[in-house]
Design a protein around this ligand. Structure first.
Ligand code: SF4
Length: 263
């Protein structure tokens, strides 16, 4: 046996943390910011589960896709992490829960694939975004195999286990690459931005334009280079998932100027 489902999940999460560290190093080149970490962290679940999804669900199909994919992936991997506990390894109920969440993520990954196949809407990005669905299908497909095997068998070895481990490993490596290469970096940069948002009054239906008076005696007026932004605003730029909503309402794009905020 190479690695158990729990071991693979731990390796995947450690890899995501390492890749996230590379982004954090870049953000830290921005200006410092005063952050109310306690309030931001306390508000994160509601901002993520309610406020963000209220926006995502303006396109109902995208809302279902994201809830199934993100929910299934995060829940099944989080549960798999707990598999290091011996009493859970022997629990068929535990493996059943892992299999159920992995299955939800698999259904979501099929919807991710269907979004761009057979015809990609022009407002969505292509390129590496095409790799998201196959990576999740491979990773969660393998985890589903391992979980189903855990439900019915008392041994963690054999061809089914090896296939499940190989699929989870290859799919997990592909997901790590997608986090580092761009399309999935929003998973942690978006969460960072939700915690450190410069306009928290926007959540819960409020309004805040972020327009502030200019300090005319400041050495630099506004932002000239990326490092003139505060570090959390740099994180917000990485939170873009290229959904194309801004492009669809951009007057410059509509006027055919070739300018798109998505890009
Ligand atoms: S910046 Fe535009 S493309 Fe990016 S997440 Fe926001 S609306 Fe979507």
């Amino acid at each position: 046996m190479i690695l158990t489902a729990a071991g693979l999940a731990w390796v995947l999460c450690m890899g995501v943390l390492l890749v996230a560290g590379r982004y954090v190093t870049g953000w830290r080149q921005g200006r410092p910011a005063v952050i109310d970490w306690r309030a931001g962290l306390a508000a994160l679940p509601r901002r993520y589960l309610k406020d963000v999804h209220d926006v995502v669900e303006r396109r109902p199909g995208a809302g279902r896709m994201h809830a199934l994919t993100a929910g299934g992936l995060m829940a099944s991997v989080a549960l798999a992490l707990l598999g290091v506990l011996p009493f859970l390894q022997a629990s068929r109920l535990y493996w059943g829960c892992v299999a159920l969440f992995a299955l939800a993520g698999l259904v979501g990954a099929v919807l991710v694939w269907r979004r761009r196949w057979p015809h990609k809407p022009p407002f969505l990005s292509g390129g590496r975004f095409y790799a998201i669905a196959p990576a999740i299908l491979c990773c969660l497909g393998g985890l589903w195999f391992l979980a189903m095997w855990g439900m019915v068998a008392d041994t963690q070895t054999g061809p089914v286990v090896w296939i499940g481990q190989a699929m989870t490993g290859v799919g997990g490596a592909a997901l790590l690459w997608l986090v580092g290469a761009g399309p999935l970096k929003h998973a942690f940069s978006g969460a960072t931005w939700l915690v450190t948002h410069t306009r928290p009054a926007r959540f819960g239906g409020g309004r805040d334009t972020a327009l502030r008076g200019i300090a005319l005696d400041a050495p630099v007026l506004g932002c000239i280079t990326p490092v003139d932004f505060s570090w959390n605003v740099l994180a917000s730029f990485d939170a873009c998932i290229q959904c194309g909503r801004c492009e669809q309402v951009c007057p410059a794009f509509a006027a055919g100027r070739g300018s798109t905020p998505r890009r």
